[in-house]
Design a protein around this ligand. Structure first.
Ligand code: AMP
Ligand code: MN
Ligand code: MN
Ligand code: MN
Length: 286
């Protein structure tokens, strides 16, 4: 791959993004091309709870001369909060991982029908059909597909606004979900030869004590990484989670969380490098 003397911190790694296999809008090959075009050198496609894009992503990366590692972003329920755990360098054919993800996905259709009913009750018709048309597969319907329907039908003009008004806890289109357990997600990832990383820690509504409890449990289960530089963090949060990663001894990861050329706030390859004080999660991959 790369000569071993290169600067690991300067490697342009993007280890968190989505294709239309989950709630992104581009194909895995289109995502690969966009990542390469924007200077990414080490890439992982991490669709939500689904591995169907992995073969195409890996093939496209090879053709573009981009280093690729298998990836996934698993939805977890921990203490009434939804937490996302990214698995990197996984074997995407591992049967326990494949089965675990299928189990994690299986409540999406029922939830989506209920979101549709709840939106219908406040006068927004056709939301389930609209979200399904955008997702293509009932097992993969996410709130993002509802958000796109609500924007395209003029109910809202902005992604953040749609979520805040309709799709988060306490709002009319919110339906609670029970996702995978934290231990299950970490075990599926490590059992498939991968490393588990807590995605965008700054996004969770947890107190400082709860965050410490989450990270402690994650580490006890075998989790090793924390996303410090992500499109979901502000510069202050880069520094905050740099300290958290140091305190827990986590390896650090970096990813845009790209979903779509227009919706996504952060373009591939444009985030700052990882802080020098942290060890990149890819330190022993080359
Ligand atoms: P779901 O897995 O169906 O609950 O949908 C979660 C997805 O919705 C996330 O992966 C994000 O892509 C998106 N999302 C969640 N919250 C927001 C937000 N406040 N603004 C924009 N997108 C969001
Ligand atoms: Mn998403
Ligand atoms: Mn996420
Ligand atoms: Mn994501």
């Amino acid at each position: 791959m790369q000569p071993h003397s290169f600067d690991l911190h300067q490697l342009n790694a993007d280890l968190h993004c989505h294709s239309f296999v989950s709630d992104g809008t581009l194909s895995p090959s289109e995502v690969a091309a966009r990542a390469a075009q924007h200077g990414v050198q080490l890439w992982s496609l991490t669709d939500h709870d689904e591995l169907a894009g992995q073969a195409e992503a890996s093939r496209a990366a090879r053709e573009l001369g981009l280093s690729y590692v298998g990836g996934v972003e698993i939805s977890v329920t921990w203490a009434h909060e939804t937490i996302h755990v990214v698995g990197l360098r996984i074997d995407s054919l591992n049967s326990a991982l494949v089965a675990g993800l299928a189990k994690t996905r299986c409540g999406r259709e029922r939830r989506a029908r209920e979101i549709g009913e709840r939106l219908g009750a406040i006068g927004i018709e056709g939301a389930y059909a609209g979200a399904l048309a955008r997702a293509g597969n009932p097992d993969l319907i996410s709130r993002t597909h509802f958000a796109r329907f609500l924007m395209e039908t003029g109910v809202c003009s902005d992604m953040q606004e749609v979520f805040a008004k309709y799709l988060v806890a306490g709002k009319p289109g919110y339906v609670p979900m029970r996702w995978a357990g934290l231990d299950e997600a970490v075990n599926w990832i490590t059992g498939a030869g991968g490393v588990a990383v807590i995605a965008h820690p700054g996004r969770y509504a947890l107190s400082a004590n709860e965050m410490d409890a989450l990270l402690g449990e994650f580490k006890d289960h075998g989790g090793v990484g924390l996303e410090v530089i992500t499109g979901s963090h502000t510069p202050n949060q880069y520094r905050e989670y740099e300290e958290v990663a140091k305190r827990f001894g986590f390896l650090a990861s970096r990813g845009s969380d790209f979903h779509d050329p227009v919706e996504s706030r952060v373009e591939f390859g444009s985030l700052p490098a990882l802080p020098r004080s942290l060890v990149p999660i890819w330190h022993d991959w080359f």
